[in-house]
Design a binder for this molecule. Structure first.
Ligand code: URA
Length: 224
């Protein structure tokens, strides 16, 4: 990508404390800041970190991240070219049981789950701050959670993936109510599926590959 002054975006401690406080009532663990430069032209918005991410504090550093890096290759992008974040920055979990392979005993463990709307509202100030500060020229939403966080519940990735949209995005209306309002600014958004979706539905692979070709073409034409 073109030369930029490298300065990492640091989320203010006060904001992190506020969001952690707003998240206390929920089954959320850890906190993974978004990763990338303040002047990044491209922002990727996923769903929420998983177990790997909350341990090493790098977004998309687990299995889904490996897939994301392969898709980004198609668009000739690297981690350094983008700001990577998610609708929720803590890991939403649920308890479940699993048989211990050695002992055969049932053990309780935490499993990833999709964040709820209330959790998305609780953590909204972080993504609002990231968008407001980075002012990305292109936002790529990864999956329905990221897409609906920014555009609203009526949007769906299956019908919109790979399209270039120009839209206002949603931000929290006030810290005292769970309601979004639209930003004054318009943003360019290309929705695609969450990279982990291919673990459950292999048929999505060529669709995601085509989306990243479209992302690569957009970047080459407008952002290089
Ligand atoms: N999925 C996400 O949406 N974000 C991560 O950081 C990891 C997996």
């Amino acid at each position: 990508m073109t030369e930029r002054k490298a300065e990492r975006l640091i989320i203010p401690e006060k904001l992190v404390t506020l969001v952690k406080k707003r998240s206390e009532a929920f089954q959320l663990e850890g906190f993974v800041p978004g990763q990338g430069e303040k002047s990044a032209k491209i922002m990727f918005v996923g769903e929420a970190p998983g177990e790997t991410e909350i341990h090493n504090l790098i977004p998309f550093s687990g299995r889904a991240g490996d897939e994301l890096m392969r898709f980004m290759d198609i668009a000739a992008l690297t981690r350094n070219d983008v700001y990577i974040t998610s609708a929720v920055r803590s890991r939403p979990y649920r308890y479940g049981e699993k048989k211990d392979r050695k002992t055969g005993e049932m053990i309780e463990r935490r499993y990833n789950r999709t964040p709820t709307q209330k959790e998305i509202y609780a953590q909204a100030p972080i993504l609002d701050f990231e968008i407001q500060t980075v002012q990305p020229k292109l936002i790529v939403t990864l999956g329905n959670i990221g897409l609906r966080r920014l555009l609203g519940k009526e949007y769906g990735v299956s019908s919109l993936h790979g399209q270039v949209l120009t839209k206002q995005v949603q931000k929290l209306a006030s810290l005292d109510e769970n309601r979004f309002e639209k930003t004054a600014a318009y943003y360019t958004i290309i929705p695609t599926f969450h990279p982990a979706s291919i673990f459950y539905n292999r048929k999505l692979l060529p669709l995601i590959q085509a989306d990243f070709e479209a992302i690569g073409s957009y970047v080459k034409e407008y952002l290089r």
